[in-house]
Design a protein around this ligand. Structure first.
Ligand SMILES: Nc1ncnc2c1ncn2[C@@H]1O[C@H](COP(=O)(O)OP(=O)(O)OP(=O)(O)O)[C@@H](O)[C@H]1O
Ligand SMILES: [Mg+2]
Length: 382
């Protein structure tokens, strides 16, 4: 198998929250992939979406329908143009010329994730990320790898999570059983036993429901540090109704998105008349309970949970997760030299490197795919 090239990669992602475009400039050493590569974040930045574009992407991601094929085609290019512009700004600030960069790995923006098919009957499963790799390569002048998830879905997997392999590379310890917890729009965990196979799966909402409820009732895009939740009281009956969702008890492999956990899902479980802050407090507890329950069920001997993603900034959320599971230590990945805001973007740089080397990017033990697969499509530099 070809050895991967050493060098510089850019990783790009806008996650389920569509809160911004995360861009990471990453340098890999030349030790090869068989040995865990050294992987250094040289610069990480989050660039804002243009407001109207973001609003539309969020609507689509929450289950809204595209108005027309024309709209979808246009959005595909608009997302790609924004990603290329993010790359330009990142490299500008880093003082790196595009020609020095080996490749971009672009996740794009998910607008629909249906690993069990549109009718949940297992027929025609799909996942769909916008952000045409042709446009990113053309605008940036850098070879681009994109469309990472769909090959795994074609091979019978969920196409998600794709980050566990990188989590293992960066954060595995032979001395203790660990888990990595990504608190994005959706929460996902990677199980890293001291010995044995890596596993990983989504556990449900982390921030997506809290964000949506907070926006509706305060006009703010997210609940900074859980302050709104702190004004309310846990509604135990509502929590029980929310936890009644059958998805939570499905065994892994499993993945989900905003098309499942959105305001209509919440609305259908409200009695009416609840105080908005009480609902926010309950949503925060829902995230904490579902994360802790899923981790405990799948890897009860976990000694340390290392958290990343935007939810790490929500001290109240971390406090409630820790309270659910006092026997484990909960820390930010920052304590292990991994910037919690850019783990995902680094992951797509890593996936691009795998693809160019002809190496698989998925872990079948995580996604449920029939086997390891080289992921994504390569769009050569001009
Ligand atoms: N200071 C803060 N207090 C509370 N929550 C915060 C704070 N900063 C960020 N967040 C939360 O983090 C979210 C963004 O996190 P992140 O970028 O990891 O998620 P994402 O883009 O949805 O990624 P993923 O693909 O992992 O779901 C915001 O939408 C917000 O809910
Ligand atoms: Mg984000």
């Amino acid at each position: 198998m070809a050895a991967p090239d050493a060098g510089l990669f850019v990783g790009l992602i806008s996650g389920t929250s569509a809160d911004g475009i995360d861009a990471a400039l990453v340098r890999f050493d030349d030790a090869g992939v068989a040995v865990a590569p050294q992987c250094e974040l040289l610069l990480g930045r989050t660039y804002p979406w243009q407001d109207a574009l973001r609003t539309r992407l969020v609507e689509l991601g929450q289950g809204g329908d595209a108005r027309s094929l024309e709209e979808l085609g246009t959005l595909d290019v608009q997302v790609a143009e924004a990603f290329a512009e993010a790359t330009r700004q990142l490299l500008d600030e880093a003082g790196v010329a595009p020609a020095q960069v080996r490749a971009i790995g672009s996740h794009g923006q998910t607008v629909r994730h249906r690993p069990d098919g549109a009718r949940h009957d297992g027929q025609h499963p799909f996942t769909w990320q916008l952000g045409d790799g042709n446009v990113i390569a053309e605008r940036s002048g850098i070879a681009t790898v994109a469309d990472f998830r769909r090959r795994d879905v074609a091979a019978g997997g969920h196409g998600a999570p794709l980050l566990p392999a990188l989590h293992a590379t960066l954060l595995h310890s032979a001395a203790e059983d660990r888990a990595v917890l990504n608190l994005g729009g959706i929460a996902n965990v990677t199980l890293l036993p001291a010995t044995g196979a890596v596993r990983g799966f989504d556990t449900g909402p982390a921030n997506c429901l809290m964000d949506a409820w907070c926006l509706r009732h305060t006009g703010r895009a997210f609940d900074a540090d859980g302050a709104f939740a702190a004004q309310g009281r846990l509604d135990a009956e509502l929590l029980a109704r929310l936890l009644d969702e059958p998805w939570f008890v499905l065994p892994p492999p499993k993945s989900t998105g905003r098309e499942q956990f959105h305001l209509d899902w919440l609305q259908a479980r409200l009695r009416g008349g609840e105080a908005p802050a009480d609902v926010q407090a309950t949503l925060l507890e829902l995230s904490a309970v579902t994360v802790a329950d899923a981790l405990r069920a799948q890897q009860p001997q976990t000694r340390r949970v290392l958290a990343c993603g935007g939810g790490v900034r929500n001290a109240r959320l971390l406090e409630r997760i820790a309270a659910q599971w006092p026997e484990t230590v909960l820390e930010s990945t920052a304590r292990y030299g991994v910037d919690p805001d850019f783990v995902e973007a680094m992951g797509f740089a890593w996936l691009a490197r795998q693809t160019l080397a002809g190496l698989p990017g998925n872990l079948p033990s995580v996604t449920g795919a029939r086997g390891p697969r080289v992921l994504g499509a390569v769009y050569a530099a001009a």
